[in-house]
Design a protein. Structure first.
Length: 108
């Protein structure tokens, strides 16, 4: 499979997460404060909670329900209660389109 369009760059709000689906896979897309776009699995590994409803701070996305923060670059949890990482996806930009292949995880 190849990368598919999940949203437009213009839809992203700095320091907020946007929930998208790529081939049925829920992904949180984040435009961080430095202008970089990240894509991580949208489901908290501690519970079945959408991470895109959480809080972006620097290079982390915090689950609103239990406070686990995940690195946007590695997917690793930086605080308990989560201890399993979320997947991180490669982001491609084509003009204003944000493209992600849900079958290709970023090497971290």
């Amino acid at each position: 499979m190849t990368a598919i369009r999940v949203c437009a760059k213009s839809e992203l709000v700095q320091d907020e997460a946007l929930r998208v689906e790529a081939d049925g896979v829920p992904i949180a897309v984040v435009l961080d404060s430095s202008g970089e776009i990240h894509a991580i699995g949208d489901t908290c590994t501690h519970g079945d909670i959408s991470l895109s409803e959480g809080f972006v701070e620097g290079e982390t996305l915090e689950c609103w329900a239990h406070g686990s923060a995940f690195s946007l670059t590695t997917g690793k949890p930086l605080s308990l209660p989560a201890y399993e990482p979320v997947p991180v996806y490669v982001v491609e930009i084509d003009g204003d389109d944000v493209l992600i292949d849900p079958n290709v995880k970023k090497e971290v």
